[in-house]
Design a protein around this ligand. Sequence first.
Ligand code: NZQ
Ligand code: ZN
Length: 385
Amino acid sequence: MLNFDFQNPTKILFGKGQIASITKEIPADATILMTYGGGSIKTNGVYEQVTKALAGRKVIEFAGIEPNPSYETLMKAVEIMRAEKVDYVLAVGGGSVIDGTKFLVAAVDYQGDPWEILTKPVRTTKAMPFGTVLTLPATGSEMNSGAVITRKSTHEKLGMGGPGLFPKFSVLDPEVIKSIPHRQLLNGIVDAYTHVLEQYLTYPAGALLQDRFAESILQTLVEVAPKILADPSDYQAASNFMWSCTMALNGLIQKGVPTDWATHAIGHELTALYNIDHAMTLAIIFPNLYRVRFENKKDKLAQYGQRVWNITEGTLEERANAAIDRTVAFLHELGAKTRLSEYTDDYAKSADFIEKRFTERGWKALGERKDITPAIVKEIVELSY
Ligand code: NZQ
Ligand code: ZN
């Protein structure tokens, strides 16, 4: 097992009716900016619950944070925060609203051009306090310190983070799940599943407990995915789905093990280029990344195949290959498309474009062994057409 430090300060308020608890979590005298997205909270009862809990407080609303939150939209909120002397932010939404809010709390007092936070990138150690009410289980943003922000004008989607960006608290009420459209439920399942794979499907590091944490999250997602897609009001399935998504990316399972994250790096480019939903970019890329990096990953692939999919027959290589095939079949069973050409006709430019962009950024050594070069990225993307 590798050395690690682990600290996760986010308080989780889990379960039915917990939105009311935000009253006691936010200081009474705070000037609060409440951030949200395109309006789903206005039709599913979440907005009413939040405003009731904040009755009598000084609250300014900022709506319209879009999926794949943009720097352009967020800078308007930064101006409001400065003008109104906001000192607490409450994000009510999915990963995009929460990520956007992390940018706001980092940017508001940043000395310099806030886009530098993404490009340098700046590690944010101190930021304005914020809490979240999660409405879409997927990203884990509600209990981690990372965010991904898009600059529309340049088609760039970049990450940021730092210990100052953990939410003070997050409300996880599984009842919010019943209003989530099928497409976003599927995104949530696939995103969380891939988060586990990024931190688990590397090479054996002797971290027995972390491996079993990871496998148990995958097994739980496999079990609840069809149930939640069939009936998002199934509270039992919804609560397990929600907690699995949070646990998939709150830092715990990555401790003491190597991590990959190359699928996410490539996937962000596909979103920036073609506006494909984040999770679907992962479904396109990771099976082919595992095919191209097979020698590096075959030991863990075989372990994964055995423990999650009960694949016990054949040589190590055969079991590892069967694990990839079974995972792709799982994605198809859920309804995910796994080829880039199923999302866009304009796919043929992407491999060269991404290879060039990663080279220019100096991203020359991705993956758990730091050996995925831009040329290998190109090969993975081409295999994904
Ligand atoms: O905007 P509204 O109207 O709220 O509608 C949203 C949005 O259209 C809707 N939605 C959310 N909760 C709902 C609901 N509709 C009905 N009922 C509800 N309860 O769902 C749509 C998608 O929302 P979004 O927040 O974009 O989805 P998601 O949570 O999947 O977030 C994706 C973003 O997170 C980033 C992605 O790159 C992407 O930008 N990620 C963040 C990570 C992190 N911070 O750790 C890690 C991830 O790998 C990911 O990169
Ligand atoms: Zn993701």
